[in-house]
Ligand binder design. Structure first.
Ligand code: SF4
Ligand code: SF4
Length: 175
């Protein structure tokens, strides 16, 4: 009984000094934290990992208005408005509500031209939900959708055909 009592005192003392030793060693270590946002060694954008998911951007000059991204978004963050114009079909709105976005990236995957993508930018906190909406077509303006050159379309078709042929060959049972 008494040996258990003294063992407990010994263990408590050792663990107390272990704790002090760790605290002391941390006093002389270089801090790993950054004084964000005032003192970062480089701009925060440069410090973001290459494939980070942050703010979404749409390169309007290569957007085909195919609506694939809008359909892929599971929570309806993307709203694309198209209308008929004397020059043909045009986009009169392309909004992404970043306040709703969960950064899943599903909208970027079916984009045929890579127009919609993440950019290494996230410092856009705002007091207004309206300011969290990215508007890629300025109000009152219209954007003519990008037309994929025919050559690219042919290449796409050929590669899809080759892929289908390869799959069919793989599926065929050995003679
Ligand atoms: S990242 Fe996900 S939630 Fe955000 S807009 Fe794209 S599909 Fe929608
Ligand atoms: S951003 Fe891409 S997926 Fe979305 S409408 Fe434009 S081309 Fe289609």
């Amino acid at each position: 009984m008494s040996s258990g009592y003294f063992n407990n005192i010994k263990e408590a003392t050792v663990s107390l000094f272990n704790g002090f030793a760790i605290t002391l060693s941390n006093m002389f270590r270089k801090p790993v934290t950054l004084q964000y946002p005032d003192k970062t060694p480089r701009s925060v954008t440069d410090l973001m990992p290459e494939r980070s998911r942050s703010w979404l951007k749409v390169e309007m000059p290569i957007c085909t208005a195919c609506l694939n991204c809008e359909k892929a978004c599971p929570i309806d963050c993307i709203k694309i408005t198209t209308e008929k114009d004397p020059s043909g079909r045009v986009m009169s709105g392309f909004d992404i509500d970043m306040a709703k976005c969960m950064y899943c990236g599903l909208c970027t995957e079916p984009c045929p031209t890579g127009a919609i993508h993440f950019i290494p930018e996230f410092e856009r906190a705002s007091f207004s939900l309206d300011q969290m909406i990215s508007r890629f077509v300025p109000e009152g303006e219209k954007v003519v959708p990008y037309k994929v050159p025919k050559k690219d379309k042919d290449e796409e078709k050929n590669s899809a055909k080759e892929e289908a042929e390869d799959k069919a060959a793989e599926a065929e049972p050995d003679a």
